[in-house]
Design a protein around this ligand. Structure first.
Ligand code: SF4
Ligand code: SF4
Length: 136
């Protein structure tokens, strides 16, 4: 969907469901999905571990339905790394087993994308079912 000059992504299920009050400040890290994401054939392992409402969501591949991938709303991610399988000091967690999620410093992501993220979600929860593409 295009709204003005801004592309808006409508979030689809499978989507994370959880709390809406967890991001109280800018996180140090953000979850970034890389090219290894296969979408787990439509049953994403990672989504169940995310504690934030509508933070991880399905993006269909228009060229190869029913395939797709998972993406992360960078305005609601709290950087908890529960979606990844790499914990601190080489420990293993239960998240994505395919190395498809990297935890990236928020300043690095902002510099790479030429954008500045809000410290806390800048849209009411009733609007969390979509997100500007610039914040994904
Ligand atoms: S990020 Fe990993 S667990 Fe999540 S859908 Fe992609 S491959 Fe599957
Ligand atoms: S780092 Fe935490 S909040 Fe961010 S996508 Fe992963 S599980 Fe969700």
């Amino acid at each position: 969907m295009i709204s003005g000059n801004e592309t808006i992504i409508e979030k689809m299920e499978p989507m994370s469901h959880g709390r809406t009050d967890l991001r109280k400040r800018k996180p140090k890290l953000l979850a970034v999905i890389n090219e290894h994401c296969t979408g787990c054939a439509g049953s994403p392992v990672c989504v169940a571990y995310c504690p934030v409402e509508a933070c991880m969501f399905w993006v269909p591949d228009p060229d190869y339905p029913p395939f797709g991938r998972i993406e992360v709303d960078k305005t609601t991610c709290i950087g908890c790394a529960k979606c990844t399988s790499k914990g601190p000091d080489g420990t293993f967690l239960d998240g994505c087993p395919w190395d498809a999620i990297e935890m990236v410093a928020i300043e690095e992501w902002e510099a790479r994308r030429g954008t500045v993220l809000p410290a806390v979600p800048d849209r009411p929860v009733s609007e969390w079912n979509s997100v500007p593409a610039a914040q994904v």
